[in-house]
Design a protein around this ligand. Structure first.
Ligand SMILES: [Zn+2]
Length: 113
């Protein structure tokens, strides 16, 4: 039942959110931070709820290269680097979880198009 959290975290990452180095205080899961908001991708908890309007980027259907995919790829790249440098086993697991989440979301995005 983590799908909606996954989706939300992915949305935040797409809007330039960053991964938090501190794990979730509730479940020690990976959290993303955007505009002072932290969302746990594992349990979905966040300190406060605030609606962030989703900017509609483009209706251009002729362009097959999704800008979202590019952002995801960038995120994956930085996550991979993070993973490479991380020596803490627990943090490695968290990074792996996030990568997995990203990949799943990418798959879903591709399936929709
Ligand atoms: Zn959590």
């Amino acid at each position: 039942m983590t799908e909606e959290f996954t989706k939300k975290a992915a949305e935040m990452l797409l809007k330039g959110a960053t991964l938090l180095s501190e794990p979730c205080p509730y479940c020690a899961g990976v959290r993303v931070m955007q505009e002072g908001q932290a969302l746990c991708v594992s349990c979905g908890r966040q300190p406060e709820k605030k609606e962030i309007p989703t900017p509609t980027t483009s209706n251009d259907t002729s362009n097959n290269t999704s800008p979202l995919e590019k952002i995801f790829e960038k995120k994956l790249e930085s996550l991979s680097k993070e993973l490479e440098q991380e020596k803490d086993h627990e943090k490695q697991q968290n990074i792996l979880k996030t990568i997995n989440t990203l990949l799943e979301t990418m798959e879903k995005m591709k399936g929709k198009q």
